[in-house]
Design a protein around this ligand. Structure first.
Ligand code: NDP
Length: 601
């Protein structure tokens, strides 16, 4: 049996509670602002010039809203299934979604490329690194678009403004900000969970006289450098503030630190930063791996390992699977009769304490200044907030020009004309970079930017007024022929979002193919099936990802308990691996239980 270090669990529980309580605030998601005023430039696309085109007024078989991973994999699966006349509508000037907009220095995937980058096998691409950098991922999005002919009919630089079901013709009417008014028999919505940038509602934010931008619209003209990692040479002599220490800051701080005269990193809550251990892909190794069906095997293996399902081996072997490996080995060490829910939860907590103690010890081992090291330690369970992995972030605080400004959970107090105020002290800076994240907990239609009006004029925002209601996270009753492409109420696998999306895309393509083959004009989930699915999800105890015991963040709706609305942000109660097995049986059974296929108007 493995020897585990002795940990004072009660002391840690108390510390975690104290740190959470410090950060709880009544305004929850309302503490954040949209990017307006001096930040409104985010609405412009700095990467691709807008080209004029005549508005569309035609009809397509499938309109795919969103050209990020969700739209690309759905479009690809539809094309594979022989569905023609697919039109992707994308607000960016090219495909890529989050990878189109986020080009900050150091951006890379946090989940291993072999499972994170979709459709590698179909497109024949070998990721160059275990954790690929953003330019390669953006290129891969374009590769998918080209490989599956998704550019042919696409409307780029186009935002949907309204979606309305036309009962008399069994089709959707789609309006856009480019004057398009076209129709589609089917619509898929892959609007992405992290695409509306937000700013902290810090008083004075519009008054700063220096330069300021959000990380999702990195201003290389100001900083120098480029997305492939060239040094940020225009920052020499500049004092720069970074506000936020989430996954984005963890990746860009190592690039800022050596470039600025002084870098002030304003921290409200430290991230847990585990080992990254990136390395180039060895082509010989990859050739052995990439035998037919390889990516699906890797996906299934990663998901099984990451979620604690039994698996013989761990192909990815990284920080995402580490915690589950520890939990599993503890449970396996128990005699079968002792594998009770209580003991399993205890195994989970013990493994988490052990893991987080190691992550905190790593801070001490890396950061030379003891006071700074103390402040960089995360006091919560690893999955309370998005885990981070990096081998240069903590090291950046050893550079003489890098200063951690810890706010002890309170956040920045004020922005002035000259700089940033925290803990009563004003820091004069030339530039403020907001690494403050994206809207997550706000209403779906607010984030989508358009309303969806279904049968009998019912709006999706009303249908979901008490929380999200779907079958499989894909179908909503009253909204025929529309399919959501996202993780919630499906597998809800947060460690590898693309796996949720590729599976949803496959499911949707099979359903659409079935409808076309049999001449059905309408597909709709029945109310009974939707209700039964919701009941099943809730039987698992619901699923706010981070529990209310966690320190606030977007994983737990900023620590606010929204009752049923929060509980409905759930996944399949038997876990992601079980869900993928279930959905594969469901979609290949030919009966599509819960869906009603009608001839339509
Ligand atoms: P996050 O929402 O994770 O982080 C925002 C940061 O801003 C937090 O540290 C937050 O503190 C801080 N903040 C908010 N308000 C204040 C304030 N008033 N004063 C000081 N600090 C403040 O955004 P990110 O862009 O870092 O990441 C968002 C998500 O995007 C990630 O969780 C991940 O899912 C995804 N992502 C994925 C990457 C990948 O796969 N490679 C890379 C980057 C991002 P607090 O924690 O206290 O709220």
């Amino acid at each position: 049996m493995t020897d585990h270090p002795i940990i004072d669990k009660e002391a840690l529980r108390l510390k975690y509670r104290e740190e959470r309580d410090k950060r709880l605030r009544p305004d929850g998601n309302d503490q954040y602002l949209r990017l307006t005023g001096r930040f409104a430039h985010y609405l412009d696309d700095p990467y691709t010039p807008l080209t004029e085109r005549p508005p569309k007024s035609d009809h397509v078989t499938v309109a795919v809203i969103g050209g990020g991973f969700a739209g690309l994999v759905t479009g690809a699966r539809l094309k594979e299934a022989g569905v023609g006349n697919v039109r992707v509508v994308e607000k960016g000037g090219d495909f890529g979604g989050t990878w189109y907009w986020n080009r900050y220095p150091g951006a890379q995937c946090d989940t291993a490329s072999y499972v994170y980058m979709p459709l590698l096998e179909e497109t024949g691409h070998m990721p160059t690194e275990k954790y690929a950098h953003a330019p390669e991922i953006l290129d891969h999005c374009r590769r998918i678009g080209e490989h599956f002919g998704l550019y042919d009919n696409a409307l780029l630089h186009t935002e949907v403004t309204n979606l309305e079901w036309d009962e008399s013709r069994s089709r959707w009417r789609i309006s856009t900000n480019r004057g398009d008014h076209f129709t589609a028999q089917f619509v898929t919505m892959g609007i992405g969970p992290l695409h509306v940038p937000k700013l902290p509602g810090i008083p004075g934010i519009q008054t700063f006289r220096g330069h300021a931008f959000h990380t999702s619209r990195w201003d290389y003209a100001y900083t120098g450098g480029d997305p492939s990692g060239a040094p940020l040479d225009r920052l020499a002599g500049k004092r720069v503030a970074v506000i936020g220490t989430g996954a984005t800051a963890v990746q860009c701080v190592p690039h800022l630190a050596p470039a600025c005269k002084a870098l002030y990193v304003f921290q409200r809550t430290p991230s847990s930063v585990d080992v990254r251990d990136n390395r180039p892909t060895d082509p010989q190794w990859f050739a052995q791996v990439a035998t037919p069906g390889w990516q699906r095997r890797w996906l299934e293996n990663f998901t099984a390992n990451q979620t604690g399902a039994l698996a013989d081996e761990d192909l990815v072997m990284d920080g995402w699977t580490d915690l589950a490996r520890r939990v599993r080995s503890r449970i396996q060490a128990l005699p079968p009769e002792e594998r009770t829910t209580e003991n399993m939860l205890a195994a989970f907590e013990d493994s988490d304490f052990e893991k987080m103690e190691e992550i905190r010890a790593r801070v001490d081992a890396v950061v030379t200044d003891k006071e700074t090291a103390g402040k960089l330690k995360a006091w919560y369970r690893q999955l309370c907030k998005r885990p981070c992995f990096h081998d240069e972030y903590l090291q950046a605080f050893n550079l003489p020009g890098t200063h951690l400004v810890d706010t002890d959970g309170k956040g920045v107090e004020r922005i002035t004309e000259k700089g940033v105020v925290a803990a009563g002290r004003e820091y004069d800076v030339d530039c403020v970079i907001y690494a403050s994240g994206f809207e997550v907990g706000t209403d779906y239609t607010r984030r989508a930017g358009y309303e969806v009006t279904g049968r009998d004029g019912v709006r999706l925002s009303d249908h979901w007024a008490e929380g999200m209601r779907t079958l499989h996270g894909i179908h909503a009753h009253g909204f025929p022929n529309v399919f959501l492409v996202q993780p919630t109420q499906g597998a809800n696998l947060i460690s590898n979002i693309p796996h949720n999306l590729t599976e949803a895309g496959r499911t949707i393509a099979i359903i659409v193919r079935h409808a076309l083959d049999h001449g059905y004009g309408e597909i709709e989930v029945t109310k009974e099936a939707e209700d039964a699915w919701i009941e099943l999800l809730l039987s698992g105890g619901g699923g706010i990802l981070g529990s209310p015991d966690c320190t606030p963040g977007y994983y737990n709706n900023e620590g606010q308990d929204l009752g049923l609305r929060s509980w409905l942000n759930a996944g399949y109660p038997h876990g992601a691996t079980a869900y993928f097995g279930y959905i594969d049986r469901w979609r290949t059974s030919g009966t599509f239980e819960g869906l009603e296929f009608r001839n339509g108007a």
